[in-house]
Design a protein around this ligand. Structure first.
Ligand code: HEM
Length: 136
């Protein structure tokens, strides 16, 4: 699995700014200045959320998984539970229909396009799941 990226650089820069703000808050007594720093911190958190969202959806920056790598995300031993459908890898770790990383005899960590097509064709289920990358 490889995460390529300018977004990675963005993430590191934003994290550095957040840490800097927190360090300042430890030493700045002036309430007015602290409020300014807190506003900046809130702004950084919004940006962090935005960049992370983009990392998930921007084609060039998505994580890629081979079938072997996907198999590690079987929801066992504390690993997240991922499934691949139509070339996209989805996170079903916290989805109640995938409790214990299983679903009607299916297990996570696998490519399930045919099973999805035969059971959920036309149902708007995938856009409710978090896409974490592409199957290669
Ligand atoms: C053997 C094939 C399958 C069968 C029989 C099946 C059956 C079902 C049923 C009966 C539900 C409703 C469960 C409930 O409301 O608790 C459900 C929900 C769901 N199924 Fe499947 N399913 C199959 C394959 C798949 C595959 C391959 C995926 C891969 C993404 C999937 C993803 C989901 C999700 C995410 C939900 C929850 C929907 C929601 O959030 O509302 N299913 N499935």
């Amino acid at each position: 699995m490889r995460v390529r990226d300018s977004s990675g650089e963005n993430l590191e820069r934003i994290m550095a700014e957040i840490n800097h703000d927190i360090n300042l808050l430890y030493v700045i007594p002036c309430v007015y200045t602290r409020n300014l720093i807190l506003n900046h911190l809130r702004d950084r958190l919004f940006t962090l959320h935005f960049v992370m969202d983009n990392m998930k959806t921007a084609p060039g920056n998505q994580a890629t998984f081979t079938l072997q790598e996907l198999a590690k995300f079987n929801g066992k031993d504390g690993n997240p539970a991922y499934v691949a459908v139509n070339g996209t890898v989805y996170d079903v770790t916290n989805n109640s229909a995938w409790a214990a990383a299983t679903h009607f005899g299916l297990t996570a960590g696998r490519e399930l396009t045919n099973a999805f097509a035969s059971c959920h064709a036309g149902q708007p289920i995938l856009n409710r799941l978090i896409a974490v990358g592409r199957l290669v």
